[in-house]
Design a protein around this ligand. Structure first.
Ligand code: ZN
Ligand code: ZN
Length: 465
């Protein structure tokens, strides 16, 4: 029983996939290195290859170690995991990859529909209801929920899921009413803002004209090219992108998908923004013409974050109409929202819309690499276990009352002594040494920490190349 004044420790179980592939964690693999820790103080958690380490100070972090998060313990029962996410930055390829070592919420597996999976992890996270500006990761492909058009949702503020679906973990507080991580509307400059540039460099690199109709067809600088290659007309880029655009619709005609394989400048390879704005002009310019449903229809828009493949930026935008029917997301041809990437499972996730309360549920279908939601706020750990992922490390965290911790420790000690007695009968000389080791265990001395490394037998098998 946990009284009101009881002290708590933070329990963490981590599994690190021994392969390093795009910061993915393979939920079907046994090739993980596991570590269990019990913490009672503020500390930093870092990863070195597939080892998880604790550090007392940020300054202890070495070059070959990656910081995963810091644990803040200021009140007796409060443990907060922190790994700050930058807010409103321009989406370059580099900073989007940086998100891989942030804290992600692991969506719940569907318990009914796909029980043929080989996953060993039982995810007990609460169901997740999408919020505006959520960053969703399916395999290695990341999307931002940039638009929610549900007229019945007042002002389109994020609504809480129905009370019956809320359990002890305050899941709807994870990202509710948070700012977007990336500024998807790029602040651009047109040629009139570059006063120092000679006239012969103020030309469109596609049509060579120097016209600049700022309102309708501005001559803009959207990439990292310099000199005479700096500018292009809005309409010239748009027409060029249209030649590469692949448009698809699902069978139910509720999802329109727009895919462009190299949505970037041909010369410097800088990804183009889907939307940009210019000083003095309110309406943003859009490089892809989306066919949106009428404004009184419920729909959402998912825009992929930049993803470079062989120097090409893969862009996809899905305009998704919401109705009573569930929508599937996956690599399979029959998926409503189709994502053509090898790290996405054929049947990866599904969307379920509840028209009555305007909530959108996203659920994983036991996908190989999981469906994740970027957590933007510091995360308060509670007694109910939460399932998280940071790059190729999967983490379970929960609070444990001191009484329970003491009980576990006693059990473990007894087990240990029993083991020693058994060993003592066969190997009498080892007894003293082992007992000494045990007494030096920091857990026994000061309750601070018990870090135990579990190396399952399978874990020693490394994948062949
Ligand atoms: Zn032009
Ligand atoms: Zn360029």
């Amino acid at each position: 029983m946990n009284g009101p004044n009881e002290k708590f420790v933070l329990s963490l179980c981590t599994k690190t996939w021994i392969r390093d592939s795009h910061g993915l964690f393979d939920y079907e693999s046994n090739q993980t290195k596991n570590l269990n820790a019990v913490l009672a103080e503020s500390i930093y958690i870092a990863r070195k290859k597939h080892e998880i380490k604790t550090l007392n100070h940020m300054n202890d972090l070495r070059e070959d170690e990656e910081l995963l998060f810091n644990v803040k313990h200021e009140n007796k029962d409060e443990y907060v995991l922190e790994n700050k996410v930058p807010i409103r930055i321009q989406p370059t390829e580099k900073n989007i990859n940086d998100l891989s070592n942030k804290i992600w919420y692991v969506l719940k597996n569907d318990p009914i529909k796909s029980n043929n999976s080989t996953q060993t992890i039982v995810n007990t996270n609460d169901d997740y209801f999408l919020c505006k500006n959520d960053v969703i990761k399916l395999g290695r492909v990341k999307y931002s929920l940039n638009e929610i058009n549900i007229p019945s949702r007042q002002n389109n503020i994020d609504r809480s899921p129905p009370l019956s679906d809320l359990s002890k973990y305050d899941i709807d507080d994870l990202n509710k009413n948070t700012e977007p991580v990336f500024d998807f509307i790029f602040q651009a400059k047109d040629s009139s803002e570059y006063k120092d540039i000679p006239d012969d460099e103020r030309i469109c690199k596609i049509c060579y004209s120097e016209d600049n109709e700022k309102e309708v067809n501005p001559l803009v600088h959207l990439c990292n090219c310099n000199g005479g290659l700096r500018f292009s007309h809005f309409e010239c880029i748009k027409k060029w992108m249209e030649t590469k655009l692949q448009q698809k619709e699902n069978d139910k005609k509720t999802v329109k998908s727009y895919n462009i394989k190299s949505f970037n400048c041909e010369i410097c390879k800088t990804p183009y923004p889907f939307k940009f704005k210019l000083n003095g002009i309110e309406k943003p310019f859009e490089l892809i013409d989306l066919q949106k449903p009428s404004p009184d229809t419920d729909y959402i828009i998912l825009e992929s974050l930049n993803q470079m493949k062989e120097n090409c930026n893969i862009k996809s935008i899905h305009v998704i109409q919401l109705n009573d029917e569930e929508l599937t997301i996956g690599r399979g041809h029959e998926s409503d929202v189709r994502i053509n990437d090898i790290s996405v499972s054929r049947n990866h996730a599904k969307l379920k819309y509840n028209k009555e309360d305007g909530t959108i549920l996203l659920r994983d279908l036991k996908s190989k690499f999981g469906t994740l939601i970027l957590i933007k706020k510091p995360l308060l750990i509670k007694e109910k276990k939460i399932h998280l992922q940071i790059g190729r490390t999967y983490i379970e965290g929960w609070l444990m009352g001191m009484a329970e911790f003491e009980k576990l420790r006693k059990e473990k000690k007894n087990k240990h002594i029993n083991k020693q007695q058994q060993q003592h009968q066969t190997q009498p000389h080892q007894h003293q040494v082992q007992e000494q080791d045990y007494m030096n265990n920091p857990m026994v001395n000061n309750n601070a920490m018990d870090i135990e490394e579990k190396n399952d037998a399978q874990n020693t098998h490394y994948p062949s190349k």
